[in-house]
Design a protein around this ligand. Structure first.
Ligand SMILES: Cc1cc2nc3c(=O)[nH]c(=O)nc-3n(C[C@H](O)[C@H](O)[C@H](O)COP(=O)(O)OP(=O)(O)OC[C@H]3O[C@@H](n4cnc5c(N)ncnc54)[C@H](O)[C@@H]3O)c2cc1C
Length: 396
């Protein structure tokens, strides 16, 4: 949509071929329905390793301020929540509507429920033929913006672009779900009721800490997810698919340093009079976390504190500081927000055109670019879309 608008604003006659029955289906689900459009803390380090060298140049050409101005030009006013940019409306669907309205105003034709299937290039210059499930279209330039495998079924994110681009001779870096949660290894005792709470999660392979993130953690009877898990997930999915034993170590007291936690532990233990274990832990942490920890340690809530040894009391409280959960497989593409891997950046120039055929452009998540959670992926869609849209409208 962004590419089409930039191309049309630059004078091109544009047609969008859309497989779904509406535009922006995934966009309308973003940011829990609020749409985290971009982030003021925009750095190339917020993107996957293989894209970082190129990212700085692209973000310089079109960064968060450009995206904010673009949306203002569509009538979408934004606000910053600690640098995370949302529409003031708090509604992702208002962002979709504003884009769709602009598409209408610019006279861009939209063909719905038609699947783009491939390209027939007619020689090395002149028009190309865009082939769909129903028809074919001649064009001076084509922007492939069909997204990835990620998102709920209704988004129809079936990764068509990977196959199409491979057929065009582009190399595709192996894909994995990213910004995704994980199933826990069978046998892990998890909370019988869902838990949402602030925590730090470190991901460990042997003695190596792969990543460490703090935020709202979500635990279910068989999975671990939430922001700190999703942020670290890109690299973990690959390691897990290779059968590597990755462990999540959870600290439910991320705001306490070691001395502060030690002092808290001492203070707590001084309370252990004739109360039960359940009474002792009643206000220490989320009750579902406590239930899980006690059942992992096979301890009964009705035990009297005076019958529990000092070292066991310390061991119970320390479990809140470093609870270990072995990870199983990732929760899959449909539960993921982005796909890591995709069309190799070596196949596109600075203007996102295919190096072997300048009439074809590739943008968005289909490329081997994925960012952290927090507006980075939509910013990439807007950055790449605007650059390619402008360049495509200038191609002969
Ligand atoms: C639940 C969820 C929440 C998210 N929240 C955020 C967030 O808050 N902030 C953020 O930055 N990122 C977020 N993301 C990621 C972000 O939505 C994507 O990175 C971004 O939408 C990718 O843009 P795109 O244009 O490349 O692909 P898409 O948005 O997937 O658009 C691709 C379009 O192409 C169409 N299409 C696909 N195949 C074909 C075909 N063969 N023929 C014709 N049309 C086709 C699709 O129907 C779709 O309209 C979220 C993702 C999900 C799933």
């Amino acid at each position: 949509m962004c590419a089409a608008i930039y191309a049309a604003r630059n004078g091109a006659k544009v047609t969008i071929i859309e497989k779904n029955d509406c535009l922006g289906k995934k966009l309308s689900m973003t940011g829990n329905g609020r749409c985290n459009l971009t982030n003021l803390d925009m750095r190339s380090e917020c993107y996957n390793l293989s894209s970082r060298d190129r990212m700085a140049g692209w973000l310089e050409a079109y960064g968060p301020e450009d995206a904010i101005c673009f949306f203002k030009s569509l009538g979408v006013v934004t606000l910053s929540e600690d640098g995370y940019i949302y529409p003031v409306s708090g509604q992702a669907r208002s962002v979709v509507s504003a884009l769709v309205n602009e598409i209408g105003r610019l006279g861009i034709e939209v063909i719905y429920k038609e699947q783009f299937k491939g390209v027939r290039t007619l020689g090395t210059d002149g028009e190309i033929e865009v082939v769909t499930g129903r028809s074919s279209y001649r064009a001076d330039a084509l922007i492939i913006a069909v997204g990835s495998y990620s998102g709920p079924k209704s988004t129809l994110s079936t990764g068509d672009g990977y196959y199409i681009c491979e057929k065009l001779g582009m190399s595709i870096k192996k894909t994995y779900p990213a910004l995704v949660g994980f199933k826990c290894k069978e046998g892990e005792v998890m909370p019988s009721q869902g838990v949402r709470c602030r925590a730090n999660v470190s991901f460990v392979l042997g003695s190596e800490v792969l990543a460490s993130e703090t935020g709202e953690l979500q635990l279910t009877a068989d999975s671990i997810s939430g922001i700190p898990v999703m942020q670290a997930s890109g690299e973990l999915t690959r390691l897990l698919s290779e059968g590597k034993p990755v462990c999540a170590v959870i600290d439910f007291f991320p705001e306490y340093d070691d001395d502060e936690f030690d002092a808290l532990r001492k203070e707590m233990i001084s309370l252990s009079d004739d109360r039960t274990l359940e009474e002792f832990l009643v206000g220490f942490a989320n009750s579902n976390v406590t239930d899980m920890i006690l059942s992992r340690m096979k301890l009964s809530k009705s035990m009297k504190m005076k019958n529990i040894s000092q070292s066991m009391k310390e061991c119970i409280l320390d479990s809140y500081r470093s609870l270990k959960i072995m990870l199983g497989a990732d929760c899959g593409y449909q539960a993921s927000q982005v796909t890591t891997g995709g069309v190799s950046l070596g196949d596109v120039g600075q203007d996102l055109s295919y190096i072997r055929d300048k009439r074809i452009f590739v943008v968005g998540e289909l490329l081997d670019v994925d960012g952290r959670c927090g507006g980075y992926n939509l910013q990439w869609a807007f950055t790449s879309g605007s650059i390619a849209g402008t360049a495509a409208s200038e191609s002969e």
